[in-house]
Design a protein around this ligand. Structure first.
Ligand SMILES: [Zn+2]
Ligand SMILES: [Zn+2]
Length: 287
């Protein structure tokens, strides 16, 4: 699980969770890409909030087409950087339903899923949980365990139902059964995010998930271009926690390995046919 000694020649080659002004980010796709290049990254994902987010979402699924155009433009302008189109989808029900219809999923390169409080739920019951019960659950033990059950069930079902590449900021704001999530995610090929912005509040979760066999990706969750790829502090913290870099998707030692992983995502994007989709976690070396 943990590796003794760290290979400091390894470096972070991609940022797979960034926002733009298509949702509530401050910068454009172009600006995010320019900063990614500046920081020496080879891969960048544009992942704005799904349409169920109040005030901060993309508004409608159709907006993804406009973002795709910008992503393609950035790809042409920065040939050394592979820019992917993803979305940070919201869970809107206990059964794991997300706010992106199946018809739109195939047009995405990456699918990120997270639990967020201020969203348009699928039912009033889910709304009650996400908006009210969950935030207040910390005050009563019985409601805390009920909330945890709801959150865990929703995340596990989402992983089962959809080709989820990354669970965003797990453990942040929503209590979950970390062990169950880490195991299911690793089995499914889903990565758990080490969120650079929230790591100081979620490091205990990361430790627990690592012990349970979780596989990770370190992302900025940047809401302005200057934060894109600003991942060194989070990585240092992850190393201090003893996280094995071989279990972090976007950390690699050789250009060869980076090219291989990037090429596999790109190949997957081209082959959007039927059959089980290879997820980011499946691309990890199996040793
Ligand atoms: Zn989020
Ligand atoms: Zn985000």
């Amino acid at each position: 699980m943990f590796k003794k000694g760290t290979d400091y020649r390894m470096y972070i080659w991609g940022d797979f969770h960034t926002h733009t002004n298509f949702s509530h980010g401050k910068s454009t796709v172009f600006e995010n890409a320019a900063w990614a290049v500046q920081r020496g990254l080879c891969a960048l994902a544009i992942t704005d909030h799904g349409p169920a987010s109040y005030w901060v979402g993309i508004g409608s699924v159709e907006k993804l087409r406009s973002i795709r155009r910008e992503v393609e433009r950035a790809r042409r302008l920065f040939p050394g950087l592979t820019v992917y189109l993803g979305v940070e989808a919201n869970i809107i029900d206990r059964d794991g339903t997300i706010d992106i219809p199946d018809s739109a999923l195939k047009d995405l390169d990456l699918l990120l899923v997270g639990l967020h409080p201020r969203i348009r739920p699928r039912s009033w019951r889910s709304g009650l949980h996400l908006l009210l019960k969950n935030p207040f659950s910390r005050y009563r033990l019985s409601s805390r365990s009920k909330a945890r059950l709801w959150n865990t069930e929703a995340l596990l079902s989402a992983i089962e139902r959809y080709p989820v590449d990354i669970i965003t900021h797990p453990g942040y704001g929503f209590s979950v059964d970390t062990e169950a999530l880490a195991k299911s995610a690793a089995n499914a090929g889903t990565l758990l995010e080490v969120n650079a912005g929230h790591l100081k509040r979620t490091w205990r979760y990361v430790l627990k998930a690592a012990r349970a066999g979780g596989v990770f990706v370190i992302n900025s969750d940047a809401h302005r271009a200057e934060r894109v790829g600003a991942l060194n502090e989070a990585w240092r913290l992850a190393r201090d926690l003893g996280l094995d870099e071989r279990r972090i998707f976007n950390v690699a030692a050789t250009g060869e390995e980076i090219r291989r992983r990037n090429a596999m995502i790109a190949a997957r994007c081209r082959r959007k046919d039927s059959g089980k989709r290879i997820l980011l976690g499946d691309i990890m070396p199996k040793n």
